[in-house]
Ligand binder design. Structure first.
Ligand code: AHR
Length: 519
């Protein structure tokens, strides 16, 4: 009897092995894209950025002042400004971060020579001369064609201070604040939509409990007025990564008609906060640790979103992931308070994985802001005196442009894994969307450091006529751009694929991020 059962199992195993044999021969990776499905728009604000008064982000990065020998236009660095124009960034968050809760906006208006100075206690204890204030920021945003996102001061400010800031910026009629703006040279209101009410109020923004913050939020939001022509999008200060209770308390205690967005911060730290890994030197196991942790943002969004669903099933309130990215040790010899780190192909993969995940959650994630723009954390731009480099992360944002405002289309991916030491992760990471002209956009990251991966893509629901592709890649996962070798990592065109009918076949190069566009 037993023998008969065993032989039946053996027979089944043999049949299964026979069935799987062709799969082993052609490779295990397969992608099905349902191009005629999907209805959710990927908000372009998912591709947003963040510039805090921190280190050489604003001063030296964006702003050098009109008297600088570094080429500038009215004080704005020309090279950085052009790079941001080219990237078409949808929004820019300012002035912090932790800095926002000790910033008093009235110190940053009027004659720069008369502006009071302050100490930037969070970031290096340096003197802030307030030469980059409201006008300088809003005029910069206008020049680069981006939407400003301003964070008000809850921690050390007042309801009156934030309320007057909004009146100063948005009111068109006769009022004390609008008149003051005019006296400072700005006739028209700026009509700024995105306003954050404090930052990390659970920590550097005041160490509040969620219950206390929820009440404070209601006061601030009440006096954050909609003036004619500028309906505000109000963003409540959200949780520190896995603090689900914060989200629960805010959703329970803040009426839905008082809040448009709820922020969330998620940093990818290799090792521990106390003993972080280095930006450019890492083992393959550490490499995978970084990417595995970055990919956990999928679970994080799902968990917060599930709580939000109970109070807001229609997903009216957006998750605003207004700080995300890698956080490594600072570069040796730099001010520890300036958070200056290099940026390798590993960061490019973090960006690709994260953006793919944000796209996937586009129904709930309405905005995200990479931390930060110039010279800080996972920067897209690094500067040294009058020199500038674009980082691998910049090139991924450039590559991903077609996803902005496109319709998310569902896909199904089967991918092999990559493993080193104790770490293991899927090797391929994908997102797919459809632009308004019908072009299908497929972003693919192959995180395997040294294995090209054959991939068969089945494009369902379209008549594919042709395709183009671009790639960001480099010799190794720790490759980076330096001031002496600026183009080790760059974007280039990629032609190594075959499109036949609705089947696209390619070998996805090791350590690469691709964007394929099919018409
Ligand atoms: O991005 C650097 C800092 O990280 C921000 O100021 C703060 O909000 C967060 O803790």
């Amino acid at each position: 009897m037993n023998m008969r059962i065993i032989s039946r199992f053996q027979f089944l195993a043999f049949v299964l092995a026979l069935c799987l044999f062709p799969l082993v021969l052609v490779g295990q990776n397969k992608l099905i894209v349902n191009t005629d499905q999907g209805h959710i728009t990927i908000n372009r604000h998912i591709y947003g950025h963040f510039a805090e008064h921190l280190g050489r982000n604003i001063y030296g990065g964006i702003w050098v002042g009109p008297n600088s020998s570094i080429p500038n236009e009215d004080g704005y660095r020309l090279d950085v400004m052009q790079a941001l124009i080219d990237l078409e960034i949808p929004n820019l968050r300012w002035p912090g971060g932790c800095f926002a809760d000790e910033y008093h906006w009235t110190d940053g208006i009027g004659d720069p020579a008369q502006r009071p100075k302050m100490v930037n206690t969070h970031w290096g204890g340096v003197t802030e001369d307030n030469s980059f204030g409201t006008h300088e920021f809003l005029n910069f945003a206008k020049r680069i064609g981006t939407e400003p996102y301003i964070t008000g001061n809850v921690g050390s400010g007042s309801v009156e201070e934030m309320s007057k800031w909004i009146e100063y910026i948005n009111f068109d009629g006769v009022s004390p604040m609008a008149d003051l703006r005019r006296r400072n040279g700005q006739e028209e209101p700026w009509n700024i939509k995105y306003w954050g009410v404090g930052n990390e109020s659970w920590g550097c923004g005041g160490h509040m409990t969620p219950e206390y913050y929820a009440n404070e939020y209601r006061r601030y939001a009440t006096f954050a007025r909609d003036y004619p022509g500028s309906k505000l999008y109000k963003i409540a200060g959200g949780a520190n990564d896995w603090d689900l209770n914060w989200t629960e308390v805010l959703m329970k205690n803040i009426p839905l008609n008082m809040m448009d967005g709820l922020s969330l911060h998620y940093y990818t730290v290799t090792g521990t906060w106390e003993n972080k890994g280095k930006a450019t030197e890492f083992t393959k196991e550490e490499y995978l640790e970084t990417l595995r942790k970055a990919a956990r943002v999928d679970e994080l969004i799902t968990k917060h979103s599930t709580i939000m669903d109970m109070y807001d099933p229609e997903k009216k309130v957006g998750i605003i992931l207004d700080e995300w990215g890698t956080w490594f040790q600072v570069e040796p010899g730099t001010n520890p308070g300036f958070l200056y780190q290099q940026n390798t192909m590993r960061d490019a993969h973090v960006a690709a994985i994260s953006l793919n995940i944000f796209n996937k959650h586009a129904e709930r994630v309405h905005m995200a802001n990479l931390a930060q723009t110039v010279n800080v954390l996972q920067a897209i731009i690094l500067t040294s005196e009058d020199d500038m480099i674009l980082t691998p992360t910049y090139h991924v944002f450039d590559l991903y442009k077609p996803h902005k405002d496109a319709t998310l289309v569902p896909h199904h991916l089967v991918t092999e894994n990559v493993a080193f030491g104790q770490e293991q992760l899927e090797a391929l990471h994908v997102s797919s969307s459809k632009s308004s002209d019908g072009t299908v956009n497929i972003s693919i990251a192959n995180i395997h450091p040294d294995k090209n991966l054959p991939l068969e893509i089945d494009l369902r629901g379209m008549q594919a006529k042709g395709a183009t592709a671009e790639i960001v890649t480099a010799p190794s996962v720790d490759s980076y751009n330096s001031f002496t070798s600026k183009e080790v990592v760059k974007k280039s065109s990629f032609k190594d694929f075959k499109l036949k009918s609705n089947q696209l076949n390619l070998s996805v190069p090791a350590n690469s991020v691709l964007m394929i566009r099919v018409k």
